[in-house]
Write a protein that binds this ligand. Sequence first.
Ligand code: FAD
Ligand code: SF4
Ligand code: SF4
Ligand code: SF4
Length: 666
Amino acid sequence: MIEIKDKKDCCGCHACASICAHHAITMQADAEGFLYPTVNKDACTNCGLCEQACPVIHQSSPRQTLKVYAARSYDEDLRRQSSSGGIFTLLAEAVIREGGVVFGAKFDEEWSVIHVWTENIDGLADFRGSKYVQSTIGDTYREAKKFLQQGRKVLFTGTPCQIAGLKRFLRKDYDNLLTVDVVCHGVPSPFVWQKYLDEMCPNGKIADISFRDKTNGWSKYGFRLRFSAIKESCLLQPSSENVFMNSFLSRLSLRPSCHSCPCKGGRSGSDLSIADFWGIEKYNSKFADNKGTSAILVHTNKGKELLDKTDALKEEHPLEQFKREVTTYYRSVEAHPRRSEFFERLDTTPLRELVDDYAPKKKPARKSLLKRIVHRIIPNDFRIIWDKPGQTCNRLWSYLDTIGWAIRTQNKVYVLFWDKDIKYFDHLRNNPYIKFPLYSKTLIKWLGDARYQKFLTWIFANRFLNRFYARTTSEKFVYSWQQRASKEYFPYVMDEIRKLYAPNQNIVAEVKSVMERYRREDYFIIGVHIRRGDYKTFEGGKYYFELDEYKQHMQALCEVYKDKKVCFAISTNEKIDHGFFEGLEICQTANATAIHDLYMLTQCDRIIGPLSTFSRWASFYGKVPLCFISKGNVIETDEAFSVITDFYHFADGTEIVNLTDKHTHA
Ligand SMILES: Cc1cc2nc3c(=O)[nH]c(=O)nc-3n(C[C@H](O)[C@H](O)[C@H](O)COP(=O)(O)OP(=O)(O)OC[C@H]3O[C@@H](n4cnc5c(N)ncnc54)[C@H](O)[C@@H]3O)c2cc1C
Ligand code: SF4
Ligand code: SF4
Ligand code: SF4
């Protein structure tokens, strides 16, 4: 019968509990939050199976490594979501394609980490990315055995001790079993993890967590926590500044067994081991892109066959290089000297305080005065937007993702040219992320906006410099119009972006006061974007509509919403006699600027108008369902409307480049 005398002698693998036919063993958390077996002596028959299954009592000898590879997926998105080169997913996909089942670690609804299985490629997304918390094996060893006995291919992934536990639990080799372990620094306590989450977000509204965010590159990975799908606000910290990661990396919160790990040096019995190939750029420039490279150790022919089925960039490397760079494969890390004090105070002291006491952040070396001045002027990283992408809304869209980048990485974007309407966006001009270094109210007053910008164009956007910007490979020079569809950063910081893009207070107040009356009287307000001037000739006039056509659409909408009181908020740059829309309730802001009109659309219940970046922005910013009108039929149902989620997409997935009838209503 299993008995744990010293905590370091149990890695919590569940092999003993899984093998006991009498269900005499339950895994229970100790005061540190790690699971250990507890035997119900009344149910135990003293058969000894649990001891035989224990990978700590029966440790295997280290194995020869057949080959070592540096490898990565060709799929950039996949690599971004994975901790290193995305190799786990490629291996797992190969198994699923052959009808197999994959076991791995994922977050459950409480953001605890558990082992589960999937037979779908989509299900692999949950396993992607390292979770630095011990995952609970639960019933998965027994489930894996069932699949193996049915003859299905099984890929079991996990920490080396989880693989060793599985192997001892199974007690025989299965041809259809493949095992992959991740090289393991150690696993932190689930209790510390829950405490961190409770302190960070007491209301528990978490949308997404990544321990290995690559926004600032693979080598400077960060901890990211997105608070809620609705609020869309996000915490992104360098690992060294995150309290939980600090407790993990400084070895304060690891399981005792991790300090004398029974499975180092290839003793887990896995077919393949995967790790971060740190330092790879020194040996192989093909992998020097700082987006993540995996190291793969091949231990068996079965493992090599599986690896050969993946479509990855992989190159063989000498074992010596791996040994030099990935020392945790061979050696256990030492416990923090004050680990026990840390756990003793855990119940009563906030985590931040404990980490500050035992693993304080190292103070960066003091910079010289000159360096500090230079750093104030030129931050660590920055982007310069050098193009002039058309009118106001084109610019708002173009800057969007680069500003998202600046907010997420706490850096700055410099915009060389501005739109004349920038004066209506106080927050955009005054914030820590976006700067208009050449914008000067005095010079604009003195020379006039157009003349001053012409002068700047001559200096900063002349033929010579434009050629330089366009040809440079440096990502610091941003051709923003080409970035309009990018959505790498902004979706995570929409709260902040909405604040930056809010128009000035007086515009907000004026628009609200006009709409207030209609809101009070329960009107359903439909924004109508009427754009005719330049659309008469643009693209052969295909987006140009006569006022009659606008009116027909509006009348049809009264039918669609016949159970509501409908009012139309007209947004246009021409003077339109309201008498023309006789019979329809019209609202419009007096002396409106384009920004009054734009903001008014963001406050409506629905928006219609011809295809344009203007109404597209209003729908996106205000989360207002939009439908583009086109020649021919009018809108007949509310389903024609959907909110814009990025430059080219509606929330229901319709693409704007290939607009179907759905949101154009031809
Ligand atoms: C706790 C832990 C410590 C690690 N320590 C090191 C280290 O010191 N040095 C090093 O080079 N690499 C370490 N790794 C491995 C590394 O971070 C990557 O997981 C590995 O390189 C695979 O990356 P990938 O891009 O191929 O796939 P990814 O998609 O990043 O990997 C996903 C795989 O990790 C498994 N996994 C994720 N979290 C857990 C968990 N909590 N328990 C068990 N399995 C889990 C998934 O089941 C899946 O198999 C560690 C991983 C974990 C989970
Ligand atoms: S000795 Fe046998 S019956 Fe007793 S706990 Fe272990 S496996 Fe179960
Ligand atoms: S290491 Fe695994 S098998 Fe051994 S006692 Fe702990 S949980 Fe049981
Ligand atoms: S360090 Fe060893 S004992 Fe700890 S989780 Fe990793 S494999 Fe298991």
